[in-house]
Design a binder for this molecule. Structure first.
Ligand code: NAI
Length: 452
């Protein structure tokens, strides 16, 4: 009899491979397809390579600032090729780690482009390299790719996206970044640290839309001090090779970079995977899912960037888990209120829950408290001459923690605690009774909450 997998997974990124792991651990038979590499965009051309590069930038910063801490170092320099090679090594190691996890989950891994062919009854057929695979459930997690807007003159061979920039062999002298979102800002930070002249062109009045307004302003001010140029409220209207034309205050300006990075958002990978063959409803923005991560077809699920919704690796993984739990008949559902957002710049940014602006937009009455990071002794001990702050947003009536937003230090490592406060709907007075370790930077959260 033909083998029917319990679950077929299209895409081996953080949604797909985590779902495969969880499903395998619960005894489900899994086949997982990927046309590029296990780990998806996050591991191969996103989260992991960029954080590896940003860590080199951090080490460089320590070396430059060693004197401030009473340490004398010799001449400080960079070896760009070595930095890039280390990044490749880290990626290779983690990709092979996912291979091992798939083995452990007893998942069949098919490294080929897969297309959904048909659905007979509830049985779904997938084809890859001329071979067919049948499954009782399908999880679609084919991710997203860099959006290429119809800017006149844009020649893809002349510009870089997050993919090509990670393959640069030489450090550019100058880099023009179109789009001051998360990708643009993280690359601005890294290449600025390496000595590249950076210009960021952002259409909106501020960089990092969606991040707390004060934090975005703070980071931009820090970056400006380091010599990064920003053109805000500036829309790119034309490209000619590496010459970028933009409009600002009704005037046209031009700037040419040795390299140009386009980071103006992502596009869901909905085309060419056969969604229409089984009637999965989708728009160019993505596949719509319910709280169980189901599409309009009961045994077809979708998770990650393909949903066009949250575009974060950790959301993707959680959506994958929710889908698997639903297949297993376990009670679980997706909640998006406590999903952390982190930007791994120096200083780091981390936030969860409502921002001041989103509370206002939703008409929720809140109280806000804000404290400088310097209220945490550990921050002062470890961050000579540095700054940052923590902002907590609580409901006016009940004092429930609705949002925590931080900038400075390694706040990416502290935000999960704040996620728990928001997720568990703890109140100011509940958190005041929790003992935080001393001395840690995380005490800033408690200190800020004591301001209520
Ligand atoms: P984004 O949506 O964060 O930012 C794109 C920016 O480009 C926006 O600010 C937009 O106003 C601007 N823009 C659009 N068209 C423009 C034009 N013609 N001229 C000038 N500016 C223009 O998108 P980004 O940075 O490409 O990131 C994509 C996704 O990847 C994000 O949704 C993010 O969540 C995810 N990501 C997450 C990271 C993290 O968690 N640390 C790191 C990198 C990416």
């Amino acid at each position: 009899m033909e083998n029917i997998f319990d679950i077929a997974i299209l895409g081996g990124g953080p949604a797909g491979y985590v779902a495969a792991e969880r499903a395998g651990a619960k005894g489900l038979s899994v086949v997982i397809f990927d046309k590029r590499a296990l780990g998806g965009v996050c591991l191969n051309e996103g989260c992991i390579p960029t954080k590896t590069l940003l860590n080199s930038a951090k080490v460089l910063e320590y070396a430059h600032e060693a004197e401030k801490y009473g340490i004398t170092v010799g001449e400080v320099g960079i070896d760009f090729s070595k930095i890039m090679k280390r990044k490749d090594k880290v990626v290779r190691k983690l990709v092979s780690g996912i291979g091992a996890k798939m083995k452990h989950a007893k998942a069949e891994v098919v490294m080929a482009e897969a297309v959904i062919k048909e659905k007979r009854g509830s049985e779904i057929t997938i084809e890859a390299e001329g071979k067919t695979y049948k499954a009782a459930n399908l999880l679609i997690c084919t991710g997203s790719e860099a959006a290429i807007p119809p800017i006149p003159g844009l020649d893809k061979s002349q510009i870089l996206t997050n993919r090509e920039i990670l393959q640069l062999k030489e450090l550019p002298k100058s880099l023009v970044i179109i789009g001051g979102g998360v990708i643009g800002t993280e690359f601005a930070d890294f290449f600025n640290a390496m000595g590249t002249k950076i210009t960021v062109i952002e259409m909106l009045p501020e960089i990092l839309t969606g991040i707390d307004d004060d934090i975005a302003k703070f980071v931009r001010a820090e970056f400006t001090k380091r010599g990064i140029d920003f053109h805000l409220g500036a829309k790119v209207t034309k490209l000619n090779g590496k010459e970028v034309t933009f409009e600002k205050d009704g005037k046209e300006e031009k700037i040419t970079g040795e390299q140009v990075l386009l980071s103006v958002g992502r596009k869901a990978n909905v085309a060419g995977i056969g969604l229409e063959n089984i009637g999965v409803e989708f728009t160019p923005r993505g596949v719509k899912i319910d709280k169980n991560c189901r599409t309009n077809i009961p045994n077809v699920y979708a998770a990650g960037d393909i949903t066009g919704f949250s575009l974060l690796a950790h959301t993707a993984s959680r959506e994958g888990e929710v889908a698997v739990n639903h297949i297993l008949g376990r009670k679980d559902q997706m909640r998006y209120d406590a999903i952390p957002g982190v930007v791994y710049t120096h200083p780091e940014i981390a936030g969860v829950g409502l921002t001041e602006a989103s509370a206002k937009e939703k008409g929720i009455e809140v109280e806000i408290r804000k404290l400088p990071m310097a209220y945490a002794g550990r921050f002062v001990a470890e961050n000579e001459g540095k700054d940052g702050f923590c902002k907590v947003i609580a409901g006016k009536k009940y004092g429930e923690i609705l949002g925590v937003h931080m900038v400075g230090g390694a706040c990416s490592e502290m935000i999960w605690g704040a996620c728990a406060l928001v997720e568990m709907q703890l109140r100011v007075k509940d958190v005041q009774e929790i003992v935080f370790p001393h001395p840690t930077v995380s005490e800033i959260i408690k200190e800020t909450i004591f301001e209520f």
